[in-house]
Ligand binder design. Structure first.
Ligand code: AMP
Length: 942
């Protein structure tokens, strides 16, 4: 047992001397939560004897102290024995080996510029372990150090450790708790001392790819000096790295690779890896490229798709379009990958590989990086591991000093939160880069987890080609000016080692340049006639003009059958009381004995879509139940905690119904779902905010992707956002989903903003979103109290025969000729207005609901108004304050329609709502109630 604990200490920490407190703390942690300590320790603690009739847990710390007393005795015995023999030194040698595994990376030669401030690493000195030069020729056991021999002289062991851990690769794996993974990784580096012998052909290929990387930048620099291109100079090894990932991935049977990347090096990747025709790029530089539609985007944000040939066959590559907002593309890539994996039923994630490429400053700085790591192993978002590459040029725009860029040692430390292995590799050593790349991909394929390659390099020019970097980084750029390129250094090395002649090396430069000038493709694996079955066919969804109409009714018999099916809960599932009542009510609704509520109609919309072959995916913080408990699509068995999802049991061969409560993020989650929806046109993809106002945690996704992705990049997206919205006295938060923000961004039919107010409306709206071939983001202001409002009910007939009404005309039986005033509104305020009218018998006032605020339904509104020939005033009533809601963004549409009436009332459009306010809503219920009363009254009297 004592030996066991020694082993544990050596494996968990390089300091084995003063570990008592560490182990005690770990033991306390174990007592509080056994699952929170590493497995080895859990096994050890589990075996501790219980004391005096009680369990171990009753007597905190005593068993571990007891063990340590014994350990102390044992160690004294060992020491005594060791004093007289070699065993003490043997122990020290094993400690030294572990010290290298833990801290060798801090001494490694990973910075091509040698600017890294050296960290003192005393643990790597012989003296720290009470060893000396005199011991160098003594043979010691090598323990688990993979030298291929059990025993070796200390000199040889140290040399091997230095080679393995302190040369061009700084390897961080000791934070990984899983012993198998850690050993696997150690073996991959230790068995070849981190420098496998690559064949001459492989090394020539490396040089050729480096030549391509450098050649493109040189060409563009000479032809377009000073033009922004965010060149790769200094980080050229990135190109052979990508080449290897794709080729090796293909060898593993990967069929698609999705790549996310910021601007630096992007043009190089496009031309040299994805196979964009250089002449196309040159046209863009020459300003010849014209766009057919939309705004377009700058060339270093453009995505690209192509197929390349690999040892395992054809592989489809997709480079995601990205905005300037660094890191946000990463979760978009993950979503796109997950959609592709789902399409292929690739549950393990072996067939589609995500590669996310980061800059060092953004990787350390941006919170969405953490969110993306956090999602990487969750059920809703996992993609079988991502290969992360950090192009670490040691400068973020002008900020280069680690004291300013981060508080962590490395820019990659955040990855340790998911225990991802991290390989820091010197960009000037392409052999080491290749090795790190191979291990990274092999690890991903083997363990299905994230891995990070930190490509330590530099930025030969400024942030862009128009910058003069020595103004802000004088010392770094003095060094860079004198520093030969990675390609030059590698070519020299290969010539010196006789791998090729100097002339051959020069010829590579010439060949590349000639190809470029001739406008030939320079990605040598490019497939000219790609196999299109490797990716989704978007053809059916392209070229549709905006239309708000779709046949969304469902034949009554089918509707009833599906409604019955979606309420079935198998015997053995014990349903909680309130949930059982919801299902009971649903059964009554199905039988026609009860008016349909929101939850029923929404669930039935999913059931019908599944029945028609459309997969449905819903995520968000409480989507299984619904924030306001209206959905209960996931039923929790009260007996054993298992879950039953009725919509997953609608019939054999049904499409996938995915519903997951998300982890507590908005930004990465919404970006992921955007990525999913832009890759899965046949799906209904929904993100629901817990409360609508939380979407602003993901504002960048709305601004940079959802609202503008189509016009910038031509990428269609049918994502649906459900945002609970409505003024119910819950305070400044949880009242408003910031309708005004969405409306302010609306133009060119970029998205749909809807405020449905009846169960039938949400049914038809959700169905319309998928049944039309048009793919546009849909933003829905969803209700809270309306989920249970006695007036907000529909009938099965409304579902069977209706469609989504962009405008709901007045529901009363008014005499049109008598109507003097029309109140237009959106959302739940309608029910307050209708109640007030009834109470006050205002039969001269019609109330219309505009259920789709964008694209604004002018014709439908005109239809709803045109019979009121004696109209005197038109009012827009909203719950939101004057400066929020639809008033500012939509009033011109309403005025235009009112002008079309005989008596041209556009100029008379009046406002009833809350006064302008900095906060979205009042914090006190009494103030809220008074404001609400007032605005309803105003609507009838202003
Ligand atoms: P990808 O698999 O992302 O490389 O896409 C393959 C091809 O499908 C692209 O070249 C586009 O022509 C088309 N495509 C992919 N996604 C979209 C989208 N969201 N909207 C329109 N077309 C798309």
């Amino acid at each position: 047992m004592q030996q066991g604990i020694m082993e544990l200490m050596w494996n968990s920490s390089h300091v084995s001397g003063s570990n008592v407190h560490y182990v005690e703390a770990l033991y306390e942690q174990y007592l509080a939560d056994p699952g929170s300590v590493p497995e080895e320790w859990r096994t050890y603690f589990d075996q501790l004897p219980s004391v005096e009739g009680g369990s171990t847990h009753d007597v905190p710390l005593s068993p571990v102290r007891h063990q340590f007393e014994q350990l102390g005795r044992a160690r004294r015995t060992t020491t005594a024995a060791a004093d007289s023999g070699e065993s003490k030194k043997q122990v020290k040698v094993l400690q030294l080996i572990n010290a290298y595994r833990f801290r060798g990376h801090q001494k490694a030669d990973i910075d091509p510029l040698d600017l890294r401030s050296p960290v003192p690493v005393p643990d790597l000195d012989l003296s720290f372990h009470q060893l000396s030069k005199d011991d160098l020729d003594t043979e010691f056991q090598t323990g688990s150090f993979f030298l291929g021999i059990d025993k070796a002289p200390l000199r040889e062991i140290v040399e091997a450790l230095e080679q393995t851990y302190c040369r061009s690769i700084g390897c961080e794996v000791m934070h990984i708790v899983d012993t198998e993974e850690k050993r696997w990784l150690q073996q991959r580096f230790e068995s070849v001392r981190s420098s496998p012998k690559f064949s001459d052909d492989v090394r020539k290929h490396l040089l050729e790819r480096l030549t391509a990387a450098e050649g493109l930048e040189n060409y563009l620099a000479s032809k377009y000096p000073g033009t922004k291109r965010f060149g790769l100079e200094g980080g050229e090894s990135f190109i052979p790295m990508m080449d290897e990932l794709i080729q090796r991935g293909g060898g593993y049977g990967v069929k698609e690779v999705v790549i996310g990347m910021a601007h630096r090096g992007r043009l190089n990747l496009l031309v040299n890896i994805l196979g964009k025709n250089p002449s196309e790029l040159i046209d863009e530089f020459d300003g010849k490229k014209l766009i057919e539609r939309g705004s377009g985007d700058v060339k270093y944000h453009q995505g690209f798709s192509s197929n390349v040939m690999t040892p395992g066959g054809e592989v489809h590559l997709a480079l995601a379009f990205n905005p300037s907002h660094l890191e946000i593309v990463s979760p978009v890539v993950e979503g796109s990958v997950r959609a592709r994996q789902d399409r292929r039923d690739d549950l393990e994630g072996t067939k589609v590989l995500p590669i996310n490429i980061h800059g060092d400053a953004a990787f350390a700085g941006q919170g969405v990086v953490m969110e993306t790591f956090q999602m990487s192993q969750t059920r809703a978002y996992k993609t079988g591991g991502t290969v992360h590459i950090v192009i670490n040029n040691q400068v973020g725009f002008t900020t280069s000093h680690p004291q300013d860029t981060r508080s962590t040692e490395y820019c990659t430390d955040i990855a340790k939160m998911v225990q991802a292995p991290i390989f820091h590799v010197n960009g000037d050593d392409p052999d080491a880069v290749l090795h790190a790349t191979q291990v990274a991909l092999d690890y991903r394929q083997q363990f299905k987890k994230d891995v990070v390659i930190d490509l330590v390099c530099y930025r030969r020019r400024g942030h862009n080609e128009a910058d003069e970097p020595s103004g802000t980084q004088p010392m770094m750029y003095r060094k860079i000016k004198e520093h030969p390129s990675s390609r030059t250094l590698y070519a020299q090395r290969l010539v010196e080692q006789g791998v090729l002649s100097e002339d051959d090396a020069k010829a590579m430069i010439e060949t590349y340049r000639e190809d470029l000038m001739a406008g030939n493709h320079v990605a040598n694996a490019l497939v000219q006639e790609p196999n299109t079955s490797l990716f989704v066919d978007w053809q059916p969804y392209l070229g549709h003009e905006w239309s708000g109409h779709a046949e969304t009714g469902v034949e009554m018999k089918r509707l009833q059958r599906l409604a019955g099916k979606m309420c079935e809960i198998p015997d053995g599932v014990e349903v909680q009381r309130q949930v059982a009542k919801i299902y009971e009510d649903r059964r009554k609704m199905q039988a026609g004995g009860l008016g349909l509520n929101w939850g029923f109609a929404e669930t039935l919309a999913y059931a019908t879509l599944l029945d028609e072959g459309h997969p449905v995916r819903i995520t968000g913080q409480d989507v299984g139940r619904g924030t306001f408990s209206h959905r209960h699509a996931v039923v929790h068995n009260q007996k054993d905690g298992s879950v039953h999802v009725p919509l997953q049991h609608m019939g054999d061969g049904q499409p996938r119904f995915t519903i997951h409560d998300s982890f507590l993020s908005e930004e990465a989650v919404l970006a992921f779902e955007y990525g999913y929806a832009t890759t899965a046109p046949n799906h209904l993809v929904i993100w629901e905010a817990q409360f609508g106002d939380f979407f602003n945690g993901a504002q960048v996704v709305v601004d940079q992707f959802i609202s503008s992705g189509e016009t910038k990049w031509g990428r269609l997206c049918g994502l649906t956002m459900l945002l609970p919205h409505g003024y119910e006295g819950q305070g400044p938060e949880h009242s408003s989903a910031r309708l005004e923000r969405f409306l302010q961004m609306c133009a060119e039919h970029n998205m749909q903003v809807c405020v449905p107010t009846t169960p039938a409306q949400i049914f038809h709206l959700l169905r319309r979103q998928v049944i039309r071939k048009l793919r546009k983001p849909l933003v829905v202001m969803t209700p809270k109290s309306l989920l249970r409002h006695k007036e907000a009910v529909s009938s099965l007939d409304d579902l069977a025969n209706g469609h989504f009404h962009m405008v709901l005309p007045d529901q009363g039986s008014l005499d049109a000729g008598q109507v003097k005033r029309v109140i237009m509104c959106a959302g739940k305020v309608y029910y307050d207005l209708a109640a007030w009218r009834e109470e006050n018998e205002r039969n001269d006032t019609a109330i219309l609901r505009i259920e789709q605020l964008y694209p604004f339904p002018k014709e439908e509104l005109f239809e709803a108004l045109k019979d009121y020939v004696n109209l005197e005033s038109v009012v827009w009533c909203q719950e939101e304050p004057l400066n929020q809601g639809a008033w500012y963004s939509s009033q011109h549409h309403m005025r235009a329609v009112a002008d079309m009436l005989n008596n041209g009332l556009g100029g008379e459009l009046k406002f009833a709502g809350r006064p302008a306010s900095a906060a979205p809503a009042a914090g006190y219920m009494s103030v809220h109630t008074e404001q609400q009363r007032q605005l309803v009254e105003d609507a009838f009297n202003v």
